[in-house]
Structure formats: structure tokens, C-alpha cells
Design a protein around this ligand. Structure first.
Ligand code: GDP
Ligand code: IMO
Ligand code: MG
Length: 412
């Protein structure tokens, strides 16, 4: 699960954890997600299929996913071209994201004018509107040939497409064509998970977005239209909460946010530009520059609680290397219990920082040594940073990211 505002490195973390797993599952969000993972000299940027599939070679998309069929096929082609066959199971209950949703997303953003959320324009908000107003169109609705299901599709068209005077005669045919392509992959995701677990296999649930983008617990209204906390792995895939035995929270060694909204530790200094440049901090879905700030322990403590995090996967300790000093926000001045609820209160908080010495650059040579020798070979100052994160969050850091590759991980 992402513990910040997304792009923490969930894809790479999931690919690492999915080694030896029988299945990797996506259960929330849609093609607004962009998960990048490098395997050897190949890099994959995935939007619908969980990145962990590069390791497990088996992916499931649960009913909690907003299904963008075109993005799904692009991902599948990208993966299969390099890696060969990937097993894929798609829940027939998943709601479809249509072109109309993307157009609505754009129109709503224009209407918001100065108050834009800065969405990815992937149609997520409007698809969620329809889903929760019980006017959504699910994959099973277009797959079933009987009159009742078809009439659901027609009702949908007359209500929404008709209402907005955007009647496109070809839309149903196009959808059918896409559905025909996905037919062979449709299956019971909960059942597939159950089978994997009962045969002693491991299943990895790969979250999309980050905790602070959760519709209920995040920085509303600057959030996405999904739950992004660990509990959604259960509801979004169709298994009970007791099937989940371990929660791994993914956090970057600093914070990034793409899109608008409050960001207490945001930096407006050359350090932000430097981190953006060397870390290639541009959105994987939209290419927008990511906003950058120091690590925020107040925000992360809140995220650990919301997710019942057992252990942390701390990414990009290499990207943060080579700075004379780094800072970590330990508390917000004048803020009592709990995490501030409103945008205006969050904009007013004064972060109190601990400054600590930076560590020598982690380049190819040191990375190689770290892969061989492990945690002990990490520069002393970097180990101190990791230990501060553990002390502040009260959760062990078990995995440390030292590069973009699946194998660029040190275990503590
Ligand atoms: P996600 O959405 O959480 O999967 O994250 P993104 O893929 O959008 O962004 C994370 C970026 O950081 C990707 O380009 C990853 O390849 C990269 N990355 C992940 N972990 C590390 C790390 O430990 N070091 C470095 N240098 N890059 C990393
Ligand atoms: P991954 O899975 C970072 C942000 C958007 C915007 C807000 C709402 O790669 O971490 P939406 O299109 O969902 O309606 O946009 O949420 N957002 C993300 N930011 N990473 C993501 O996914 C995101 N998915 C949505 O930038 O601020
Ligand atoms: Mg991303």
C-alpha cells in the first residue's frame, strides 16, 4: 500500500514481493495509476495490470477496479512482448471506464477552474459517480447477451449519453468489440485467490494511489475516487479480511505529490529541482512534474494507523543520497491529536523538522556492493535515517530501495 500521495514505488515493491507468489492482484483505482518497474534492461510502465505480474506472471483485477479495457490491452501487450504469456483474470463485476467518463473528467476540471484537483483525466471521478449512483456499466453487463443486461446498457446510454447529447451510434459496438477481446480472461477473482491460498501459495495485493488520496481518509477533495487503504484489498478483490496476513506500507524517502492539494512539507527550493531531476520525478501517467518535499512523519504515522502497517518498504534511499543534509518533519506546530481534516487547516500547519547529515552518493558501484553485502554496507548516515523512520513511526523498515530495478532492494 502507498503511504503518501502515490508514486511511492508500489510497482517495484510489489514486483520484489511477488517473486515466488502465485498471483498479484489489483483491487482499486484504474488507469490513473502508473506503476513503473525495471527488470534487467527493460522498463515497464503499467496502468491496469499489477506490476508484480513481472515476477508472478499471474495477474487478477478485482471488482473494485475501474476497468479501462484499452489500457488493459496495452499493458498486456507490453508485458507479453517481453516476458511471454501472463495469466490474467478479470472480474466481471468491475465497472467500465468509458470515453464519456474521460470527457466528463475534463469538463468537470474546467468547471472547477481555479480549484482544479489536477486529476489524471482518466475518467475515474465520473466512473465513480455512476457506480455509486447505481448507474454504472459493469463488464458483465456488456458480456451477457440476454435482454435484461442489454437493456441495462441501453438504459445507461439513454440516461447519460442521451442526457449529454453525445449520442454516438458506434459506442455500443466498440464496447462489444473490446468486451469480445477480454472474454477469455473473465473469471471469479475471489475464487482464484482462494484456490491459490488453499494450495499454500502466496498472493500479493498491489495497491494503487496512496493513503492520502483515499476518498474518506485523504486530503479531500484533493483525492481520488477510491479507497486506497489496506482494507480495500479485501472489498476490492472479493476475499475476507482474515485472508490478509501482512501489510507492507511503501514510502518514499522524501514525499512527492502530483496534482493540486495541500502538501505540508513541500519544498520550493533548488533541492526540489535537484531531486526531481535526478529521480526523474515526472508522473508515469500524465508526465507532469511531481511536487517534492521532505519526508513527513506526522503524515506517515497517520497512514500507518489507517493501514495497520506491519513493515515499511522505504524506496529511493539512493535518490536522496549525496545531499549535505536531509530533513524529516517530526511534528506540526500547534496541531493536537489526529491528522488535520480540512484543506485550509493543512495549509496552515508549520512542520517542525529534524535535520540530519546526508550520506555519500549511492551510485552503481555502491549499489552493486549493497546487493552483495546487504544493510551493513549502507552508509552510516543512511542507516541512521532508516532508524529514525522506524523510531518515529513505530514500525520496522524491512525493505530499502536502492535503485529502480526489481533486485535493487536491501533487506534489514
Ligand atoms: P508507484 O505508482 O507507486 O508504482 O510508483 P511510480 O512507478 O509511479 O514511481 C516510482 C518511480 O520510482 C518509478 O520510476 C520506479 O522505477 C522508481 N523507483 C522505485 N523504487 C526506487 C528506488 O528505490 N530507487 C530509485 N532510484 N528508483 C525507484
Ligand atoms: P499511482 O498508483 C499519483 C492523483 C491525481 C490527482 C488526484 C485525483 O501511480 O500511485 P484522479 O485521476 O484519480 O481523479 O486524480 O489523484 N492521482 C495520483 N497521483 N499517483 C497515482 O497513482 C495517482 N492516481 C491519482 O494526480 O491529484
Ligand atoms: Mg505511479
Amino acid at each position: 500500500m502507498g503511504l503518501q500521495w502515490g508514486d511511492e514505488g508500489k510497482g517495484k515493491a510489489s514486483a520484489y514481493i511477488s517473486r515466488g507468489a502465485g498471483l498479484t492482484v489489483r483491487f482499486n483505482g484504474g488507469a490513473n495509476a502508473g506503476h513503473t518497474v525495471s527488470v534487467g534492461d527493460k522498463s515497464f510502465s503499467l496502468h491496469m495490470i499489477p506490476a508484480g505480474a513481472v515476477s508472478s506472471r499471474a495477474a487478477a483485477l478485482g471488482p473494485g477496479v475501474y476497468l479501462d479495457l484499452e489500457a488493459l490491452f496495452r499493458d498486456l501487450e507490453q508485458l507479453e512482448q517481453s516476458l511471454g504469456r501472463i495469466e490474467l483474470v478479470v472480474s466481471p463485476r468491475a465497472h467500465l471506464v468509458l470515453d464519456l467518463h474521460k470527457e466528463l473528467d475534463k469538463s468537470l476540471e474546467l468547471l472547477r477552474s481555479g480549484e482544479r484537483i489536477g486529476t489524471t483525466l482518466r475518467g475515474i471521478g465520473p466512473a465513480a459517480m455512476h457506480k455509486y449512483a447505481r448507474l454504472g456499466l459493469r463488464l458483465c453487463d456488456i458480456l451477457e447477451e440476454d435482454a435484461a443486461s442489454l437493456s441495462a446498457a441501453r438504459l445507461w446510454r439513454s440516461l447519460w449519453v442521451g442526457l449529454l447529447s453525445r449520442v454516438e451510434e458506434a459506442w455500443l459496438n466498440r464496447l462489444r468489440e473490446l468486451a469480445e477481446g477480454v472474454k477469455g480472461f473473465v473469471g471469479d477473482v475471489g475464487g482464484r485467490i482462494e484456490r491459490e491460498l488453499s494450495s499454500g501459495g502466496k498472493v500479493v495485493f498491489e495497491g494503487a494511489q496512496g493513503t492520502m488520496l483515499d476518498i474518506d481518509h485523504g486530503t479531500y477533495p484533493y483525492v481520488t475516487s477510491s479507497h486506497t487503504v489496506a482494507a480495500s484489498a479485501s472489498t476490492g478483490s472479493g476475499i475476507g479480511i482474515k485472508a490478509i496476513s501482512r501489510v507492507i506500507g511503501v514510502a518514499k524517502s522524501y514525499t512527492t505529490r502530483v496534482g493540486a492539494g495541500p502538501f505540508p512539507t513541500e519544498l520550493h527550493s533548488p533541492i526540489a529541482d535537484e531531486l526531481r531531476r535526478r529521480g526523474g520525478e515526472y508522473g508515469a501517467t500524465t508526465g507532469r512534474p511531481r511536487r517534492i518535499g521532505w519526508l513527513d512523519a506526522v503524515q506517515l504515522r497517520y497512514a500507518c494507523r489507517l493501514n495497520s502497517v506491519d513493515e515499511i518498504f522505504l524506496t529511493r534511499v539512493d535518490t536522496l543520497s549525496g545531499l549535505p543534509a536531509v530533513k524529516v518533519c517530526l511534528r506540526y506546530d500547534g496541531v493536537g491529536e489526529g491528522f488535520p481534516e480540512t484543506v485550509s487547516s493543512l495549509r496552515r500547519v508549520m512542520p517542525i523538522y529534524r535535520e540530519m547529515p546526508g550520506w555519500p552518493p549511492i551510485g552503481d558501484e555502491l549499489r552493486e556492493r549493497l546487493r552483495r553485502e546487504g544493510y551493513g554496507a549502507l552508509p552510516r548516515e543512511a542507516r541512521r535515517f532508516v532508524e529514525l523512520v522506524e523510531e518515529e513511526l513505530g514500525v520496522p523498515v524491512r525493505y530499502i530501495g536502492i535503485g529502480p530495478g526489481v533486485e535493487d532492494v536491501v533487506e534489514k
